[in-house]
Design a protein around this ligand. Structure first.
Ligand code: KG4
Ligand code: ZN
Length: 314
């Protein structure tokens, strides 16, 4: 079976053809980064218009690279939400039009479910598994029992981790998208130079919080700007932010692992998903936590962590 997937919920116009035998026949992603850079973040209206301009060529390119045509596709899947509504409408309308004209089933897919199940496409991970989903808009722990069968253990009570990376990038004057820029700068900084408080230390459970850390970063930057902030200061702040965020997520993961062991004593797999899972430092930090507990950590390759249509087709 072959499925055409379309993803337009944020600032990537993407289409892919994936088979039910885990073969990614094509995976085309057009990033709109250049269009949003002048504004320091995604502008929903610009994103929606850019999707309209490019979605037909991207779909055609995905079919071409897969060496197939719409007549050979068994179904058309598209992100039906959550996401920026203008972009979601563009994707849904083109998918409905194609499905209607070619008489194919139309399948609306939850974007987060796409991220959640990617590790089954790339690594054939078996159910149940513990999922830590970290994207630009969401951050949560879920027990994944099966397709459509999710149990939420906890999530952020304020900002998503990707959002905290993006805001940190903005106050440091780094270009959008912030996550990769902060990760790169952090690699040259001293993570112990600024002691930002680790969130929720006194609270049990699996919830997370990043807004206090975001504010601490902003206040530190403002304070240093008054006396003149150096490039090394910026690198140290990026590193200290990333270290603190990593410690917080690692601590919460320990709580989530206990809960997962109670609910699914035979479960052995932990999966990271969403754009922030592309971060090498965090992967390493969370890998040490899972190894200590005798669990296996699975992270899809970076290009399948950030938004793409292969996960929607799959
Ligand atoms: O899953 P995604 O591509 O889009 C959403 O569904 O939100 O995630 C995008 C988020 C952005 O906040 C971006 O800054 C973050 O993922 N991100 C990263 C890295 N690459 C992307 N954050 C930290 N380190 C990275 N290397
Ligand atoms: Zn996403």
């Amino acid at each position: 079976m072959l499925v055409l997937g379309i993803e337009t919920s944020c600032d990537e116009t993407a289409a892919a053809v994936v088979s039910d035998t885990r073969e990614i026949r094509s995976n085309v992603v057009l990033s709109q980064t250049a269009e949003h850079i002048p504004y320091g973040g995604v502008v929903p209206e610009i994103a929606a218009r850019a999707h309209i301009e490019h979605v037909d060529t991207i779909v055609a390119e995905a079919l071409r690279r897969a060496e197939t045509a719409l007549v050979n596709v068994d179904a058309i899947a598209v992100t039906g939400g959550p996401g920026l509504i203008g972009g979601v409408i563009v994707g849904v309308m083109i998918a409905k039009a194609l499905a209607s004209v070619h008489g194919k089933p139309f399948i609306a897919v939850n974007h987060l479910e796409g991220h959640a199940l990617t590790a089954r496409l790339t690594d054939s991970v078996e159910f149940p598994f513990l999922l830590l989903l970290m994207s630009g808009g969401h951050c949560q722990f879920l027990v994944v029992h099966g397709v459509g069968d999710y149990h939420r253990l906890g999530g952020t009570v304020d900002d998503a981790l990707g959002e905290a990376y993006d805001k940190t990038a903005k106050v440091l004057g780094l270009s959008y998208p912030g996550g990769p820029a902060v990760e790169k700068l952090a690699a040259t900084g001293n993570p112990k130079n600024f002691a930002f408080p680790i969130p929720m230390r006194k609270r049990g459970g699996c919830d997370l919080s990043f807004s206090g850390l975001k504010t601490a970063v902003r206040m530190q930057v403002t304070e240093l700007q008054e006396i003149g902030i150096s490039e090394q200061d910026k690198a140290d702040i990026a590193a200290s932010f990333q270290y603190t965020a990593g410690e917080h997520v690692a601590e919460r993961l320990q709580h989530a692992l206990k809960e997962f062991a109670r609910l699914c004593p035979d479960g052995k797999n932990v999966v990271l998903a969403g754009g922030v899972a592309a971060n090498r430092y965090l992967r390493g930090r969370l890998e040490s936590v899972t190894q200590e507990q005798g669990m296996r950590l699975i992270v899809p390759p970076p290009a399948l962590c950030t938004d793409n249509a292969a996960m929607i087709a799959w």
